[in-house]
Design a protein around this ligand. Structure first.
Ligand SMILES: [Zn+2]
Length: 68
């Protein structure tokens, strides 16, 4: 029985910013943030419109976890 494909599929999580399934990333509360989005947030200037976008996406998690 070949299990590798199943394991990879289960490890891939949907990033809450780009909404792509990624294997690597970190968890913020109960949401998942992929490596590339994490890097974009870190590298973003606070005046950058991308930064504002990511903050909005992060707020979605906060409101989501608050409903529990
Ligand atoms: Zn992402």
């Amino acid at each position: 029985m070949k299990k590798t494909g199943i394991i990879q599929l289960r490890l891939a999580e949907k990033c809450m910013v780009c909404e792509e399934r990624q294997l690597k990333g970190m968890h913020v509360i109960d949401a998942f943030l992929c490596e590339s989005c994490e890097r974009k947030i870190i590298e973003s200037d606070t005046d950058d419109s991308n930064y504002v976008y990511y903050l909005k996406q992060l707020r979605k998690i906060q409101s989501h976890s608050g409903m529990k």
